[in-house]
Structures are given as structure tokens and as C-alpha cells.
Design a protein around this ligand. Structure first.
Ligand code: UDP
Length: 382
């Protein structure tokens, strides 16, 4: 298919990201597969991104992730500056861009879709739990050629009606780790539990830590606390921090972290991340939100580590209960603890096989191309 797509990855992190970065990891998995299928890609990102594309556009030299902790108007200033660059590019192209595939949340989709002809239609991928953030898209207006897709069926079904009306479907997330995952050697299991992801109440690290103490199993927490990627950085900057994730860490997680049974290792990257996840007994998801797409879920399966978590959000779509993981009723910590015992009976090979079958970037790209075609076909029908 010959088509030019402007993929907007937003201004927050490089693509691929150096460590944490769910959205950026997904863009990094998708774009090479689009290009392999003949699609020309313009990537709106930050200067430090290294993903090969036909053309890169950016305002900021580096990811602005740390700016997310600043007051709302400053955050919006960063988002708007990046978006303005995207808008300029769309105008400059004068019809040469067939479609914008947008991953930048909040007001971006509406702005892009209001450009008028010859602006291309916009497919915006939803990345958040929209039942928890209904205000994020309160300004949504599909009149100008805006469509959305979810990253799970569950995400769309709990989204506000106005968003669902613009939906052209859902596409599960993917990971390059899934490619030939069933043929790759399994990391030797070391028996610890792991929670990989932002340290935030949504991901339930405090529940995981309680469970570790109660069951006597080792737990590793990996991921940033707010903008802080290591215990040292956080300790140096903690005073006066108003960030809710930092507060969550300080009040509810840190008291349970003893450096032995429960450890926080900060943000982990590349091989270290894969080894830490692949050698774990299970990845825990004691989530306190409707997990929208769960990049860390599909990564865990691809690394042969079953998932133990609460049955909500995208988890029942991604995890086969009793085969690639164990899902229990949300909030039932007794059942969760019991599941961390039973999970050893599951076969890591089956997890890797299922990931290779369902969560490869090629499969994700093919689904997105179908959505692109759907959007282009519907264009002008409103
Ligand atoms: N991640 C990482 N290192 C860390 C923590 C997370 O590389 O220390 C990556 C993880 O592998 C995944 C992404 O960051 O690709 C998190 O994505 P997910 O969708 O699970 O979480 P969210 O986007 O909701 O924060």
C-alpha cells in the first residue's frame, strides 16, 4: 500500500524510549512494520529519537517527561508547542499526508481534525483508562474527520459515549519481544515476583508489597516514581514534591520496601529489564484502574512469565486464565496471594507461544492498516 502517515508520538519521551515509555514502545514497534508494508512515515517526536523513518519533525531536542510535573499551564505549553509543529507540517504538506495517526492525548485530536481541507483525517489512539479520566476528552469533536481506536475492547466499553461514537475499533498492543518468542531460550527462573511499570496507585505496588511480606516471596518493583528514575534521584529531590505518585510512594509503598524481601530498583532498561522479568515467577498486576492496554502484560508473556492480577481492564483479553496467568476478583488479596503459589504450575513456554501468536508488531501493524483503510473509506461521510 502506498500511503503517507504522520505518526505523532508526542513530546514526552524519545522513540524508542531509553527505559520507561509504554506509548513510545508501541510506536517503536508499529512504525518499522508499517514501513515494511510500504507506508511512508513522518514521525513527530523529540530530537533524541533514533527510530528510522522517512522524515522526523520535532521542537524539543529531548523528551519533556520531567516537565509533566510542572503546573498544568506549563505542561499544556509543552504539549501545544509540539502540536503546533505538527499542525505546521500538515499545512505545509498541503494534502501529501494521507492520514495522521495521533498518540498525544487531550486536546491534540480536536485541533488536528479542525484544520479543514486539505488536512488528512486523524486516527487517535486512546492510551488511558477513560473511565478514570473522562475530562481528558471533554472537548472532543469528530466533525472534522477525527476517529479513535482503543487499545483493548474493555477500554472502549468503559469510555464516555462521545468517544465511543468516534471509534473504529480496538487494536491490542504488541512487543518486539513476541517475535519468535516461542523459539527463544527461557531465562532461568529465580523465583521473585515483579511489578514493572510506573510506581503509581493505578498499578497497585502497595498491594504487591503487602502480599510479598505476607507470603514470604521476594518482590522487585521496577519503574519510575514520577519523573525520578532511581532511588538516589528521588531522595535528592523529594522535599516539597507535590507529585501524587511521589506522595503515593512515600506514604504507601516506601514503608513496605525493606531492600530485602521488597526492593525498588528504579527504572530498568533493555537486557536488564528482560532478565528481571523473564526470570520472575510471575508479573503482578494488582491494578486499581481499568488497565487500558498493558504493554507490560504482553512483554511479560513474551518473556515466559505468567501474569497474576485482578480481573479487570484489558487483563482478561490478554491473559488466558489458568493457562498464561491467574486472574482473581478485583481487591481480593487472599485470592491474589493464593495465586502466587499456584502460578508455578503454569508453563512459561505456553506464555511465550501465545505471545508469539497474538502480540507481534506485524500483527498490530496489519490491524492498524485495516483501521487506516476504514478511516479513509469513511472520510467525507459525516
Ligand atoms: N518500562 C521499562 N522500564 C521500567 C518500567 C517500565 O522499560 O523500569 C517499560 C515497560 O517495559 C513498558 C512501558 O515502560 O514497555 C510501560 O508501559 P505500560 O503500558 O505497561 O504502562 P503505562 O504506559 O500505563 O505506564
Amino acid at each position: 500500500m502506498t500511503m503517507t502517515v504522520l505518526v505523532n508520538a508526542g513530546p514526552w519521551l524519545a522513540v524508542p524510549p531509553a527505559g520507561y515509555g509504554g506509548i513510545e514502545n508501541v510506536v517503536a514497534a508499529l512504525v518499522p512494520e508499517l514501513r515494511r508494508r510500504g507506508i511512508r512515515v513522518l514521525l513527530a517526536t523529540v530530537g533524541s529519537s533514533t527510530l528510522p523513518v522517512e522524515q522526523r519533525i520535532s521542537v524539543f531536542p529531548d523528551g519533556q517527561f520531567a516537565e509533566l510535573q510542572r503546573p498544568y499551564n506549563q505542561v499544556m505549553g509543552v504539549a501545544a508547542a509540539h502540536l503546533h509543529r505538527v499542525v505546521r507540517e500538515v499545512r505545509r504538506a498541503g494534502g501529501a499526508i494521507d492520514l495522521v495517526h495521533d498518540h498525544q492525548e487531550a486536546f491534540g485530536p480536536t485541533v488536528l481534525s479542525a484544520l479543514g481541507p486539505p488536512a488528512p483525517p486523524v486516527l487517535h489512539t486512546l492510551h488511558w483508562d477513560l473511565s478514570k479520566h473522562p475530562a481528558l476528552y471533554s472537548n472532543i469533536d469528530g466533525g472534522g474527520g477525527l476517529w479513535v481506536n482503543g487499545v483493548s475492547f474493555a477500554q472502549l466499553s468503559t469510555a464516555p459515549r462521545a468517544l465511543r461514537a468516534l471509534s473504529v475499533g480496538h487494536v491490542h498492543l504488541a512487543t518486539p519481544l513476541a517475535v519468535q518468542a516461542h523459539r527463544r531460550p527461557q531465562h532461568a527462573k529465580r523465583g521473585h515476583l515483579i511489578v514493572l511499570g510506573r510506581i503509581t496507585r493505578y498499578k497497585g505496588q502497595h498491594v504487591a508489597a503487602r502480599l510479598a511480606h505476607r507470603t514470604g516471596r521476594d518482590l522487585v518493583l521496577a519503574g519510575p516514581v514520577g519523573p525520578f528514575h532511581s532511588p538516589g534521584r528521588l531522595a535528592a529531590a523529594e522535599r516539597g514534591e507535590a507529585n501524587p505518585d511521589v506522595r503515593y510512594w512515600r506514604e504507601e509503598v516506601a514503608p513496605l520496601v525493606d531492600g530485602g524481601r521488597v526492593r525498588w530498583v528504579g527504572t530498568v532498561c533493555g537486557e536488564d529489564r528482560d532478565e528481571l522479568v523473564g526470570s520472575a515467577r510471575a508479573s503482578l498486576f494488582p491494578i486499581d484502574w481499568e488497565e487500558p492496554g498493558g504493554t507490560a502484560v504482553v512483554e511479560s508473556l513474551a518473556l515466559g512469565t505468567p501474569v497474576v492480577g485482578f480481573r479487570r481492564g484489558c487483563l482478561p483479553e490478554l491473559v488466558e486464565d489458568g493457562r498464561t496467568g491467574l486472574l482473581v476478583d478485583p481487591g481480593d488479596e487472599d485470592a491474589l496471594a493464593d495465586a502466587t503459589g499456584r502460578v508455578a504450575a503454569l508453563d512459561p513456554g505456553v506464555c511465550r507461544q501465545e505471545a508469539a501468536r497474538r502480540f507481534t508488531p506485524a500483527r498490530m501493524a496489519e490491524r492498524y492498516i485495516r483501521l487506516y483503510e476504514r478511516v479513509l473509506a469513511r472520510r467525507g461521510r459525516r
